[in-house]
Design a protein around this ligand. Structure first.
Ligand SMILES: [Zn+2]
Ligand SMILES: [Zn+2]
Length: 265
């Protein structure tokens, strides 16, 4: 399963695409959106165009007017008027709206909590959570059971580039439940525990401690194994704690060497 969304807002938000087109589209768009929200602070009415455009982008993310109205706590009829007008009265799409309505709609962004349960999204956060739990000593059979799937289903999950929102939420809840616990205090035998840890280590799967809850879903985030990963000091800590040097530390070393070699300007 790979994404079929065009590059742009929805692909950036849901598929975690960080290509130039997606990044540029979202940066430009966020500027315009912030501007539209600010403009409303001192006007009785504002242009409805940014609201309409935002509704269309949210629709690309499978967030329809019903759901947006519920999240923004506005009357769905008002969103219809902005999108389609009132054909029964011969009125086209509404041109101006109250700033409060505009701001409420413009602040809605797709998240794991408000997207539809069947919407396909990037599997990045799901993979990181599951592999982190294995690295921490939770056997795959245990995790598969807790997720209501088979071992094969679990392996399948790890091989996918996309998952549906329902699965991502389930994995997030399981991770939140387990990541601070010791598997051996929850019925996992000593042998299964070390087998899981060895499996994680052999795949260089980062443990929960290397991830930050705020960024674990961010495709640009990398695991911090040493507390200094991505800096020139990180490599030394890898050697000290006996963990293979990670990509971020390797890149930092390359950069450092190139800088040392370069003739002084
Ligand atoms: Zn892209
Ligand atoms: Zn590192």
């Amino acid at each position: 399963m790979t994404s079929t969304r065009d590059h742009g807002y929805a692909r950036y938000k849901l598929d975690g695409c960080r290509c130039y087109t997606c990044g540029w589209a979202v940066a430009q768009y966020n500027d315009a959106r912030e501007h539209a929200i600010r403009r409303g602070e001192w006007q009785p009415y504002v242009d409805a165009t940014p609201v309409r455009e935002h509704l269309l982008r949210l629709r690309d993310c499978s967030l329809g007017t019903r759901r947006v109205a519920a999240i923004a706590q506005v009357d769905r009829k008002r969103l219809f008027a902005v999108l389609n007008g009132r054909p029964e009265r011969g009125a086209g799409p509404q041109e101006r709206v109250r700033p409060a309505l505009a701001a409420a709609v413009l602040r809605v962004e797709p998240t794991l909590d408000n997207l539809g349960a069947a919407t396909p999204i990037s599997s990045v956060g799901t993979h990181r959570r599951l592999t982190a739990l294995v690295a921490a000593g939770w056997p795959q059979t245990y995790l598969a059971k807790r997720l209501g799937t088979s071992n094969g289903g679990f392996g399948n999950l790890l091989g996918r580039s996309q998952v549906i929102v329902r699965t991502a939420r389930r994995v997030r809840a399981l991770y939140d439940d387990l990541w601070l616990s010791d598997p051996r205090e929850h019925g996992v035998g000593a042998r299964s525990f070390s087998r899981a840890r060895n499996h994680g280590a052999s795949h260089q799967w980062a443990p929960p401690g290397a991830w930050d809850e705020d960024t674990i879903d961010d495709p640009w985030a990398f695991p911090d194994w040493t507390g200094r990963c991505g800096t020139t000091g990180g490599e030394y800590v890898h050697f000290r704690i006996g963990v293979p040097v990670c990509d971020a530390c390797r890149a930092a070393r390359r950069e450092h060497r190139a800088a040392v070699k370069a003739p002084a300007a």
